[in-house]
Design a binder for this molecule. Structure first.
Ligand code: FE2
Length: 285
């Protein structure tokens, strides 16, 4: 088995989104516009309510999936057609925006730590205008594998025979939250040609000869295995993989389509109140 090496380190940039929420963006910045099939990765991480209380009031999406994973704090999402759901520590939400959703994502707390991630995953052209869906995943539905010196939460994909509850029919999506004790070496087999990245959000680590610091994303080259060693502090990171879709990506803010014309159509539909075409179905587990 050959180990994957780092092909690019992408530092997370602090940006302000929504109604003034501070987030750290890695995929979706000038250093790394996208990483097919992934379009954006945001981390929110703060103890300061001023950084998050304003939340993300009503905003549109079309043409891709959003995946939210909460580590600390509470968020309520609601859409313009009356669906709503709560996200709490360790829970997740998968939303297929498809042909169009207008929704809000609002923190349900006024103090304490808010920490989590939102990842945007592209849809193939044939799926972009399909009906939207929400899926709430409760923390208890996510398997946690406790090894001697590592803990792995399996949100999507498989680890040690445990399968995560989130599946994506189009990209072979894997999403693991891995915590390692200081100095621990960890190996995991991955599909040899899929896109793979690691986002380190606690501690430090090395992959091959390269060091990775907190709030850095490592894009990995091809290979059958990832091999990572925690530094002198405990390390915690996301290990994410997916098959590239290999189609043109044209993005304009919250709309991600295959051509300029389709973006113009999305803008026109939004302006004319026609972005939302079908009610999103809510699935809870
Ligand atoms: Fe959103």
């Amino acid at each position: 088995m050959n180990d994957r090496n780092i092909s690019q380190v992408v530092p997370a940039l602090e940006v302000t989104e929504g109604a003034g929420v501070k987030i750290f963006r890695s995929i979706g910045t000038p250093t790394r516009r996208n990483l097919d099939p992934f379009l954006m990765l945001d981390q929110f991480s703060t103890y300061n309510p001023d950084d998050y209380v304003a939340g993300f009031p009503d905003h549109p999406h079309r043409g891709f999936n959003t995946f939210t994973y909460m580590i600390d704090g509470y968020m309520r999402h609601g859409d313009s057609m009356g669906n709503s759901g709560d996200l709490g520590p360790g829970g997740a939400q998968w939303m297929k925006a498809g042909s169009g959703v207008i929704h809000s994502e609002m923190p349900q707390q006024e103090s304490g730590r808010m920490r989590g991630f939102q990842l945007w995953i592209n849809l193939p052209a044939a799926q972009k205008m399909t009906a939207p869906e929400y899926q709430d995943i409760r923390p208890q539905a996510i398997p946690e594998v406790n090894l001697d010196d590592a803990t792995v939460r399996v949100i999507a994909g498989e680890f040690e025979g445990r399968r995560g509850p989130v599946t994506d029919a189009h990209t072979n999506f894997h999403f693991l939250d891995i915590a390692l004790e200081p100095g621990v070496h960890f190996e995991h087999a991955v599909p040899a040609h899929d896109t793979v990245f690691i986002y380190l959000f606690e501690g430090d680590a090395t992959i091959g000869d390269d060091a990775l610091q907190e709030q850095q994303l490592a894009v990995l080259d091809d290979g059958e295995r990832i091999s990572i060693t925690a530094g002198s502090h405990a390390a915690r990171f996301l290990l994410v993989s997916g098959s590239a879709i290999g189609e043109p990506i044209v993005q304009y803010g919250p709309f991600v389509m295959n051509s300029r014309d389709e973006i113009n159509q999305a803008l026109e539909d939004f302006r004319d109140g026609k972005l939302v075409q079908t009610r999103a179905d809510m699935i809870s587990r």
